[in-house]
Design a binder for this molecule. Structure first.
Ligand SMILES: Nc1ncnc2c1ncn2[C@@H]1O[C@H](COP(=O)(O)OS(=O)(=O)O)[C@@H](OP(=O)(O)O)[C@H]1O
Ligand SMILES: Nc1ncnc2c1ncn2[C@@H]1O[C@H](COP(=O)(O)OP(=O)(O)O)[C@@H](O)[C@H]1O
Length: 570
């Protein structure tokens, strides 16, 4: 059973870790239990559940709690709870499970984490969940996208007993759980603690905001960098934690404690703000900072905000008495260049000059190798970010040539390959369609499914090369837009992605017919040939479009080299 300590949300602090004897017993019975392999998000949830960050939850939600949370933002017991914490499984897996049964919870490699006693199994109501939790069904919202495109069709709910927490090898000393953090406060003699949760490196405005909050609340500070899942495109947590560690040095001594929070953010704005305040309560905070656009999912399809920037603050403040955590709200922090100080936007007299750079602005500047002004962040942070994201001339990149067979992809790729070797400043790898099909993908055919697997493999190899600052030149047909978009996402997290649509029209490709494939396709000797009886979806926004009909290979390659030079890569 859950072991309770004092003062957490909805009761005592939950601890779902079992002792050694119970662990031994559970390990024995799991031999005969079906396995459920947890996703990255489930693993994050399990860790927070097990250590009491989600108190009073004692397992993944059952259906009645799920529905109550969607409808009323409460558990069926009446306790305030903003977002579903559910364990999702595929429809196939759900068929082999039933209520009343126990299952072994394992990490993706099969390592045993715990046991769940299933009380409920039900189909996810994606439409309703999206509308109630996120206020939208627009899949450009990362939380909604996860719900519709990555999460399983069914949920299983019930109590869990945890044998082992997910293993982390990084920043071990900085991973404190609620009970440990509370012990640290005791040791330091802290009565009042203001929590600050962040998915960004801490820059000057956030630092100033925490200092103001500490003064205002007469409290010490708990910094919780989120190291579970944050917004796609964020700096990875290694970089963020290194930055936060530097900034921690700037606080008065013994005035802050830092712990890494293994939370999978939902990015639901106001509902996330409530969840975060509840987590802070469970980590023993008396106060919690909710700043401008808290837990923001980014912009929607038309470039607007999903939630008004002040909504999170209002919702959190509206429930602060019930949670038992005082909300310290902040408007956007802006810099006053003449005064050389930071102020919350609502504290600035009309007509005063202000400037600001958001975390996203800074990220963009770093990636483009532009300067970051001194007032915006700390020199150690800039150094850390630039080390992780050197200017384009020291980043890796991928040139991804896509187009019909015979369009000229391989030929251009070969010219580029020689040119890069001639320069000799980065390792270069040529991933031509033919070479890949012979080596990496020899078992694949030309069905839609296999083409996608083939192209994703190329993308994976190219992303590893790009991550390690090399140049990857890829030249597959890659006929499907979604697949190309997926690859772009992976590679852009590490360096440059230059999509080149080699748009030579089919008549010209067919005229060239170097391998005699078009003739065979037209004669019906081969079927499913791209451009003849198989689709090619043209890239909608490639970096370059090159029709080789009236160009030499060297001229075509030159266009790409000029583009790369213009963007600072060479
Ligand atoms: N059905 C069918 N459709 C298209 N292409 C075919 C097919 N069968 C064989 N080939 C030859 O395979 C080369 C394309 O392979 P890719 O790996 O680039 O294709 S894909 O990206 O996986 O769609 C391509 O080579 P390139 O001409 O160099 O592009 C073709 O010659
Ligand atoms: N400007 C050009 N760039 C690339 N290839 C060209 C160009 N002009 C003519 N070609 C010819 O087009 C043919 C098909 O090129 P290839 O690189 O094999 O295409 P793909 O790899 O797209 O199937 C080759 O014979 C190549 O010499």
């Amino acid at each position: 059973m859950a072991d309770m300590q004092a003062e957490a949300h909805g009761g005592g602090l939950v601890n779902l870790m079992v002792d050694e004897d119970r662990a031994g017993l559970l390990k024995d019975i799991t031999m005969n239990l079906p396995d459920v392999n947890l996703s990255e998000r489930n693993m994050c949830d399990l860790e927070v559940l097990a250590t009491g960050g989600f108190s009073p939850l004692e397992g993944f939600m059952v259906r009645a709690d799920y529905e109550a949370v969607l409808d009323r933002m409460r558990l069926q017991s009446g306790v305030l709870w903003p977002v579903p914490i559910c364990l999702d499984v595929s429809a196939g897996q759900a068929q082999n499970l039933e209520a009343g049964q126990s299952v072994a919870l394992r990490d993706p490699e099969g390592f045993l984490l715990g046991v769940m006693h299933i009380e409920d199994l039900w189909p996810a109501d994606r439409q309703k969940e999206a509308e109630m939790v996120y206020g939208t069904t627009d899949t450009s919202h990362p939380g909604v996208d996860y719900l519709f495109n990555r999460s399983g069709d069914y949920y299983i709910g019930g109590g869990i007993e945890v044998i082992s927490l997910p293993i982390h090898f990084d920043f071990k000393q900085m991973r404190l759980y609620p009970a440990e953090v509370r012990r640290a406060y005791e040791k330091l003699g802290w009565q009042r603690v203001v929590g600050f949760q962040t998915r960004n490196p801490i820059h000057r405005p956030q630092f100033e905001m925490t200092i103001k909050a500490m003064r205002q609340a007469r409290a010490n500070l708990l910094i919780m960098p989120v190291v579970g899942m944050t917004r796609p495109g964020d700096f990875d947590h290694f970089i963020r934690v290194r930055c936060c560690r530097h900034v921690a040095e700037h606080y008065p001594s013994d005035s802050q404690v830092m712990t890494l929070l293994p939370l999978a953010m939902r990015l639901s704005g106001p509902r996330d703000a409530l969840l975060d305040a509840i987590i802070a309560k469970n980590y023993g905070c008396t106060h919690f900072i909710v700043g401008h656009d808290h837990a923001s999912p980014g912009r929607n399809r038309s470039g607007g905000l999903f939630y008004p920037a002040e909504r999170s603050r209002q919702v959190a403040a509206g429930h602060s008495a019930e949670i038992g955590v005082e909300i310290v709200p902040f408007e956007e922090m802006v810099y006053l260049p003449f005064e050389d100080e930071y102020r919350s936007k609502d504290q600035v007299a009309p007509g005063t000059d202000t400037i600001s750079l958001s975390g996203s602005d800074i990220r963009q500047r770093v990636r483009e190798g532009r300067k970051i002004p001194e007032w915006a962040t700390f020199p150690e942070v800039v150094k850390e970010l630039q080390r992780a994201y050197p200017p384009p001339e020291r980043q890796g990149f991928t040139v991804f040539l896509t187009g019909l067979s015979g369009a000229g992809k391989s030929t251009i790729a070969k010219v580029l390959y020689s040119k890069f070797l001639e320069r000799g400043d980065r390792p270069v790898t040529l991933l031509d369609g033919d070479i890949v099909r012979r080596n990496l993908s020899s078992e694949l055919n030309f069905s839609k499914e296999h083409r996608n697997i083939n192209v994703l493999r190329i993308g994976f190899v190219a992303s590893e090369i790009t991550k390690n600052r090399g140049v990857a030149i890829c030249a597959p047909i890659a006929p499907y837009e979604v697949t190309r978009r997926e690859i772009r996402g992976t590679i852009e997290a590490y360096g440059g992605f230059i999509e080149v649509h080699v748009s030579t029209p089919i008549d010209e490709c067919e005229k060239r017919d170097r391998k005699g494939m078009y003739a065979k396709a037209r004669a019906g000797l081969i079927s499913g040939f791209t451009g003849v009886d198989d689709p090619y979806e043209e890239p909608s926004r490639p970096e370059l479009r090159i029709d080789t009909t009236d160009l030499t290979p060297a001229e075509a390659a030159q266009e790409i080299l000029l583009f790369l030079s213009n963007k600072g890569f060479i």
